[in-house]
Every structure is written in structure tokens, then in C-alpha cells.
Design a protein around this ligand. Structure first.
Ligand code: ZN
Length: 312
């Protein structure tokens, strides 16, 4: 149970170039994507989700996956991941195998959200991934599985923790060394998060899968994202996903916007003495570039207010 002792350091995966750019109404030019990813790769971020191999007719915003991967810098120590929807997506990605390091497989824990998102039942999705993930493992790729609507579904309401953990364990047994839990439409609260990760860690340990990295992916749709981060930290979670500028969200339902902002996360962690290895000033520069490019104010708080440090 909760120790209230925070970890010394955490790992952060930047998902803005995928989760964020995917949800912009306009298609961002490939050269602008490359420029922004290169800025992010200079901040100290070691994990960046850069694009997705989804069908271009479904998500035209990411139809330049290959060009983006071929164009970005590859600084030492930065691990690039791509989002894979299914077997065909993996095969397209594997044609570019040398250009990325990790794959991220996703499904939703709720039937309705999964159906609206990928037009499959949850069982069809997980069964497909159980065949696909071992192929990625075989290709030497590190695999992460991400479960959307882990903390609630906008169509179905509560999502039983048992259902989420059953999927998580199946992803891990299929070869995922990391499982991410997405609060896709910002329904989680800190008390729920604490209970969830307490149970998740216990289940993974009791199944002999205690080594699997459990990652929290919160959205700030209702302003509870960072409170949920603290709750997860207090349950020993040391891996988070966030998006620079607070870009991103979810294609369904409309309006479910806002991953927690990477600079808000890095700022809070730094102030609490938790090391992220990320240079906050450089991260803010990357977000400011994105804000200028998109031509609208982004949701990030620290981008507006500046780091606490500037006021000392
Ligand atoms: Zn997200």
C-alpha cells in the first residue's frame, strides 16, 4: 500500500509527435514535424513516440510516418517508438525496421470505445495483438502495450479494474515488457488511481510478471492529470507518458483533448525532487515552437507561466 515515499527518478515518454499531431485538425508539414521532434530529442527526453503506422485514409495526419522516421536525428540514448494498430501496420513498420527502437500496441478496455476507435471487439483486438506482438519481439523490438479507457469510458462509464488487468496480463504474456494505462478521456481521480496501481502491481507480482514496467498515461481533460501523477508516484509508478504543449487527446469522442503537458509534469517532478533528466527550459522552447506553428495558445500551464525557478 501507499508509502508516500516518492521515487528518486522517473522515465517520461513524450507522445506529442504521435498523440498530439494525430489530433490536430490540420496536417502538419513533415519538415515541421521533423524540426519539432529534433528539438524534443535535445531536451534530455530519452523516449519519444514519433509516429504511427495506421492506415493513411484513417489518420491522414500521420501518413508521412516513413518520411518522418527517415528525417529525424538519432541522438545517442534516445529511443524512438511507433504506434502499431494491427498486424498489417506492423508489417509496414518492419519495412523501416532500422529507423525506430520500440513499438507501441494499443487497444481499449471498453467495448464501445474500442468499437468506435478500431471497429473491433475487445477480444478481437487482444487476440490480434497476441499474434502480432511476438512478431515484433522476434524482430528485436521492445514492445509496449497501451490500454485506453483504463480508468473509465465516456460511453460505458466505469471500466472494471479486473477487465483492464486481464488485458494487461495478456499483453505482457504476449511479449510486452511495458504496459501503459491510458486515462483517455480524463475520468480518473487520485483515489481511484492509487487503488488501481496498488492492485495492478500486486497482480503483476503474483503472476510472476513483477518486472513488467507499468506506465501511467493521464489526460488533463478535467484538470486532474497531475494529481493523478502524484497518486501513481505514491504507488511506486516510475514511468509516465505526456505531451509537450498539452497537445493531443483522443479521436473519439470529440472534445476529449489534452494529455498532461510534458513541461507541467517535468516542472512538478523537479520541484518535488524527482529527477527526470529533462531540461525544462529546452522543453518549453520546443512547446513554444509548436505553439507558434499551430497558431493558437496551447493548454500547457508552464508554457504560459514559466518555470518556478524564474521567480526565485
Ligand atoms: Zn493520450
Amino acid at each position: 500500500m501507499t508509502s508516500n515515499k516518492l521515487p528518486q527518478s522517473v522515465r517520461i515518454r513524450e507522445v506529442g509527435p504521435r498523440d498530439g499531431f494525430q489530433n490536430e485538425p490540420e496536417v502538419i508539414a513533415t519538415s515541421d514535424k521533423i524540426r519539432l521532434i529534433n528539438l524534443l530529442a535535445q531536451t534530455g527526453l530519452r523516449r519519444i513516440e514519433v509516429t504511427s503506422f495506421v492506415r493513411p485514409d484513417v489518420i491522414p495526419q500521420l501518413s508521412d510516418a516513413t518520411e518522418v522516421l527517415a528525417g529525424i536525428d538519432r541522438p545517442e540514448g534516445v529511443s524512438y517508438s511507433v504506434l502499431i494498430p494491427n498486424r498489417r501496420g506492423l508489417e509496414n513498420a518492419l519495412a523501416q525496421r532500422d529507423l525506430f527502437d520500440e513499438t507501441n500496441f494499443f487497444l481499449s478496455a471498453s467495448e464501445t470505445h474500442n468499437m468506435k476507435n478500431v471497429n473491433r471487439t475487445v477480444e478481437e483486438s487482444i487476440a490480434g495483438l497476441e499474434e502480432t506482438i511476438p512478431v515484433a519481439v522476434e524482430a528485436g523490438l521492445r514492445c509496449e502495450g497501451v490500454i485506453s479507457t483504463s480508468f473509465g469510458c465516456p460511453y460505458e462509464g466505469d471500466v472494471p479494474v479486473e477487465n483492464v488487468l486481464a488485458l494487461a496480463l495478456r499483453l505482457a504474456r504476449a511479449g510486452c515488457v511495458e504496459v501503459g494505462f491510458g486515462d483517455t478521456t480524463g475520468m480518473a481521480n487520485p483515489v481511484q488511481v492509487r487503488r488501481f496501481f496498488d492492485e495492478a502491481r500486486e497482480r503483476f507480482a503474483s503472476e510472476g510478471l513483477g518486472e513488467v514496467e507499468l506506465t501511467a498515461h493521464f489526460h488533463d481533460t478535467r484538470g486532474q492529470g497531475l494529481a493523478n501523477v502524484l497518486a501513481a508516484l505514491e504507488e511506486g509508478i516510475e514511468s509516465f507518458e505526456s505531451s509537450f504543449g498539452e497537445l493531443g487527446g483522443c479521436p473519439v469522442p470529440a472534445g476529449a483533448t489534452g494529455n498532461i503537458a510534458s513541461e507541467d509534469l517535468v516542472s512538478m517532478l523537479g520541484e518535488m525532487g524527482v529527477d527526470t533528466g529533462i531540461d525544462l527550459a529546452k522543453l518549453i522552447e520546443a512547446s513554444a515552437e509548436a505553439q507558434e506553428l499551430l497558431g493558437r495558445p496551447l493548454g500547457s500551464h508552464v508554457l504560459k507561466a514559466g518555470p518556478v525557478d524564474w521567480h526565485r
